[in-house]
Design a binder for this molecule. Sequence first.
Ligand SMILES: [Zn+2]
Ligand SMILES: [Zn+2]
Length: 280
Amino acid sequence: MQITVPTLSSLQLDGLACVGCGADDTEQQPTGDRSPSGAQLFRCTDADVCRAQRSVNAQFPRLAALRAESAPATAWRSLSLGDVSTIPVAELLKTLGVRVVEVDGELSDDGAAGALSGRVGEATIRIERSLPQADRERVVRALLARISPAAQQYTVKADRPVRMVPARVDGHTVLIDCPAWCTFDHVAEDALFLDDVYHSTDTVTLMAPRVGAEDAPLVNARLNADTFGSDEATRRPLLIIAHEDEALYMTPEQAGVFADGLVAFAESVRALAAQAGGVR
Ligand SMILES: [Zn+2]
Ligand SMILES: [Zn+2]
């Protein structure tokens, strides 16, 4: 029996991919039908596997279409960095033709958590077996964000917390490196230029009670890094201690000295209050 189904891809019509889901890497058996060219058509042996793949296809139609064309380089070209940060990792790996292998110690000796070698369509990512499960996805995504059709070899460092997050810049979503301590919502705030994107923790504020008035904010502190800024000095993580309209930038070492000073100051305040007879 001959069938002509125009929606089948060339891979499916050549019997190289499942006619149900388009997968070319599942266990398959002949359907009994032939394409107009005479090739046997195949379908996943396991109906559950086929159904699961179809549901992924439905969720990511563009990905399914790209895979049907079987050109990782085409898929790579049309993937945005936002896609790389949101599409399930397993799907990205399959689409870009990348396999992941675990290694023991060969990367950590160089301070790396993961390494990619190869090009779109034929690349291998090595990750340390000791890398916590929670870190694996972001290491793999960080590596995939740099893959290209040209053969390359590069690593992602272990000592630097790697986190690729989407950020809005001038109306576009890009993927940026964001330190693990950053709680800033880079998507909610649309920066005009990449230079304007900065990392920040939440602000902690010291409130001061007053006689006959509400508590007043006295001073606040947060951690900040203008990673993409033009000022070299403020690209590294610095503490910003802000009082009214003055912001003081401190290195972590200076902030430690400042914290010791605050403790001494607090003891002095407590002693003064004790002299007034009010505090234990
Ligand atoms: Zn299938
Ligand atoms: Zn950030």
